[in-house]
Design a protein around this ligand. Structure first.
Ligand code: CP3
Length: 320
């Protein structure tokens, strides 16, 4: 959940010299940043410093990150030709820097904590490609889906292929778990999820198999949880908009659950942070298979000492 990022002073210092994409593409720097929260915050896993949008560049898309508003794609995907022209990536040729960073992080971690790799899920990647950036209503994405289901299917099949290649190469390089981010899929109702997304996400999970634990994450997904579980993943990741205990009951205790502290709670006084951590742990009812995490990305102005306090509280209160 962007545990390595702008809330850390050392990261901001590097960002004054390099763009976000330069940091991602320089294995020494990406390694250094990946390790920052492990060393300073004491988290139980490292997540490779990269982005879900990195493979899009290799598909033939111009990607940039604006200084204020996040990712921008100036030539979004809108037509059948646009979709046909998208390249299927070869990670060894196209994202060698990422694979090198994974190998380097694994060497430097020396087994202290596991390393998590990640990818966007097909729907969320499609939404960026079609909208050209973040969107409020996902109108163009849904319009393509409703008007031209055949074209949508071909597009999703292409993205499934890219995601599977991207994740497999990370696992081969040394990623010990993978998180699939379907961040924006909560904009769909259950029937549309079932028709337009589930078959494709399921195909990703089927092809990835059981080599490493797979975490399936979305925000605003309370109404989709059972379907997400059907699509796949050993662990379902949820945000704070649902009670963790209720979510776990819905998906069943034979899969794990990840979550779900509201990242803005980290702006609260220490005692309130501890109470929120305690409430989430209580909701997990001491079952095994709960990964404590934020419900979504950490915010840039978050006080670092509060993040450390949260991690310490989790360690203290969940000790068995
Ligand atoms: O968690 C980690 O430490 C690993 C790094 C990570 C990043 N992005 C780095 C990043 C991860 C896991 C992601 C995933 C990601 N990227 C998602 C899915 C998860 C989520 O948060 O919903 C999405 C939708 C993206 C696309 C993306 N990249 C957006 C929307 C933005 C702008 C966000 C913002 O707050 O400005 C980015 C940029 C980005 N990715 C940053 C980082 C550290 C900020 C870059 C900077 O300005 O230095």
């Amino acid at each position: 959940m962007r545990q390595a990022g702008r809330y850390m002073k050392e990261y901001r210092v590097l960002r004054q010299k390099y763009s976000f994409l330069e940091l991602c593409k320089t294995p020494d720097l990406a390694t250094q940043i990946t390790l920052m929260p492990v060393d300073q915050i004491g988290v139980d896993a490292a997540i490779i410093f990269a982005d879900i949008l990195l493979p899009l560049e290799s598909m033939g898309i111009d990607l940039r990150f604006s200084d204020t508003g996040g990712p921008v794609i100036d030539t979004p995907v809108r037509t059948e030709d646009d979709i046909r022209n998208l390249r299927i990536i070869d990670p060894h040729e196209d994202v060698p820097f990422l694979l090198e960073a994974i190998r380097q992080v694994r060497r430097e971690l020396e087994g202290r904590v596991p390393l998590i790799g990640f990818s966007g899920a097909p729907f969320t990647l499609a939404s960026y490609l079609i909208e050209g950036g973040h969107s409020r209503n996902f109108v163009r994405t849904k319009a393509l889906m409703y008007r031209n289901p055949d074209m949508w299917r071909k597009f999703m099949e292409k993205l499934v292929n890219v995601v599977v290649r991207y994740v497999r190469s990370q696992i081969e390089a040394g990623a010990q778990a993978t998180q699939l981010f379907d961040t924006w899929v909560g904009c769909l109702g259950p029937a549309d999820y079932e028709t337009f997304v589930l078959p494709h996400s399921r195909e990703v999970f089927r092809q990835l198999g059981n080599q490493v634990p797979l975490i399936h994450f979305a925000t605003d997904c309370s109404a989709l949880l059972v379907l997400m579980r059907q699509a796949g993943g050993h662990v379902i990741g949820v945000d704070w908009r649902i009670h963790l205990g209720a979510a776990w009951k819905k998906i069943g205790y034979d899969v794990g659950i990840q979550g779900n502290l509201d990242p803005t709670v980290l702006f609260a006084p220490p005692q309130r942070i501890r109470e929120s951590v305690a409430a989430i742990l209580a909701a997990a009812e001491n079952r095994s298979g709960h990964i404590f995490n934020l419900g979504h990305g950490i915010l840039p102005e978050t006080p670092v000492d509060h993040v450390r306090l949260m991690v310490d509280a989790v360690h203290e209160m969940s000790r068995r």
